[in-house]
Design a protein around this ligand. Sequence first.
Ligand code: 5GP
Ligand code: MG
Ligand code: MG
Length: 187
Amino acid sequence: MQIVDVQEEIDHELISHDQIMAKIKEVAAQVSADYAGKVPLLVCVLKGAVNTLTAFSQAMSIHLEMDFMSLSSYGSGTSTSGHVTVRSDLTTDVRGRDVLIVEDIVDSGVTLSWLVEELKRRGAASVEIFALLEKPARHQVQLDVKYKGFIIPDEFVVGFGLDFDEEYRNLDSIAVLKPEVYEGATA
Ligand code: 5GP
Ligand code: MG
Ligand code: MG
């Protein structure tokens, strides 16, 4: 099957672009109020949170800084083991900073709970989380996500930064792909 249009590979859209942007603006207004008088450091977890970080930071009305971190968590199959390594680190010293982690999705929560502890170990004054999506059905650890976008069912989603095999990050909405797309992938 030769498909050239990415849209044709979408089974159904879960969250539209307009819904995403409206929600991000709502959260940004709340965060701007909560951090008034402070200059939070937004920590974007690469690569999936890039689109969220962009839209979210542009909707914020206070001064802020941003930095980026790439993490990998190893495990068997679809579940993470809790062993997290830093692929690419922040360039900012987080000591005394009010850190807000920006994440695409909380699945097991293992990666983020590790990151929260790591940033606290480094001396951050406070560490909170904004996650665009959350899949409560799959949580493995207790994690306090202060700012949330959408709760979604236990389905594999792509778009707005989220990938399948590194592709589909450029979709401007959150979608579920047609089963044949996953089946066509090399196992
Ligand atoms: P966890 O919360 O299990 O430690 O890891 C969350 C990470 O798994 C996310 O940042 C994301 O990269 C990936 N992930 C979890 N669920 C999905 C999903 O439905 N779609 C995509 N594309 N990635 C997911
Ligand atoms: Mg992520
Ligand atoms: Mg991925």
